[in-house]
Design a protein around this ligand. Sequence first.
Ligand SMILES: Cc1cc2nc3c(=O)[nH]c(=O)nc-3n(C[C@H](O)[C@H](O)[C@H](O)COP(=O)(O)OP(=O)(O)OC[C@H]3O[C@@H](n4cnc5c(N)ncnc54)[C@H](O)[C@@H]3O)c2cc1C
Length: 375
Amino acid sequence: MSTNADVLIIGGGVIGLTIAYHLARAGARVTVMDRGDFGREASWAGAGIIPPGDPRHSGAPLERLRAHSSAMFPGLSQELRERTGIDNGYLRSGGIEVWDSGHSHSAGEWCPQGAACEEISSAALRALEPGLAQGFRKAYLIPGMAQVRNPRHLKALIAACAGLGVELRPGSPCLGLEVGGNRVRSVLVGQERASAAHFVLAAGAWADSILHPLGWRLGVKPVRGQIALLNTRTPLVRHIILHGSCYLVPRPDGRVLVGSTEEDAGFDKRTTAVAIADLLALAVRLVPGLAMAQVECSWAGLRPGSPDGSPYLGKAPGLENLFVAAGHFRSGIQLSAVTGLLMKELILGEPITIPLDAFRVDRCGEAPAPAAFRT
Ligand SMILES: Cc1cc2nc3c(=O)[nH]c(=O)nc-3n(C[C@H](O)[C@H](O)[C@H](O)COP(=O)(O)OP(=O)(O)OC[C@H]3O[C@@H](n4cnc5c(N)ncnc54)[C@H](O)[C@@H]3O)c2cc1C
């Protein structure tokens, strides 16, 4: 297997594909290899919530990243549509967070800096979403919250990459990295080797299995998330509804995603009766009309969880041409746009739009990042 790529990306989820897209758009020759089909793991499984943010006001590193990415999504979605004819379903549907009496957070905790977020009265809530149950202790409206349909977004990214000449290699598992001196020389794919000038590890929850033979780990682990898909044909709610660590994401066609669990189940992607029952019960409690909805299907995906909840974005220590973009945990879809941009800048030696120190690969022992939005 030969490649004369400038950049070889291991992992064709939303992170690997968005990096490939940015690099190819800048004129680089790019190969993306995935052990299976492209975009069929966590990126496909996710709910596609894109929280708002204002790049001018966000302060903490992760909030800055989120705000930039959120601001990039409308443009990226339009660009993909123009290049491929595929509409990724980007929609600024707004979000409403509802609290029961058990919740004890302050509004500021949940609103990313600079993003509009206002407490609304029960009457205003009823007027906005008559299908929602009543009796919540508090409700907050987050008008800038958006959503994308993951499978469509991935389809658009794959088509855009192909259109830009990216070499896409499904069914190509990376079995290891061959290192010489301070450089990666090639990727082992079966009995063959694939070489390139630069390598990017974007293998999601599997990133550590590739790094481990080199003698180090990021601490990225799979965190299972289960989702149920309901269908009422006509939408009963229009906003994304957030409740604790769970949510309802209503699609305009009457489908509603109900998510999600956060489980340490290793690489087991099965759904379980108890988790899906809990999700369905919550959905009906939040929106009683969902009691008669059709249950279309359920699935689970493996989020790439990092020890502090922030992604790793940067050069691998001691290896000049190996870059890592992994560990996006519950935020990989929302952070994918800015991740693609920043990794392109880093790899091509361009000025970096946002400092990446907080996301460096060799960081350790830092406090968990605040989880304002728990997609
Ligand atoms: C239920 C659920 C709901 C979610 N909801 C949201 C949401 O609303 N908003 C949001 O922003 N995020 C959400 N997420 C998180 C988001 O989906 C992930 O953070 C994101 O998809 C990670 O992307 P990735 O490309 O790093 O990983 P993945 O999509 O898992 O891609 C990694 C790829 O690497 C490939 N690979 C692995 N090992 C190898 C190897 N050895 N050789 C070659 N290829 C390999 C895999 O086959 C895979 O295709 C959710 C996740 C889940 C599970």
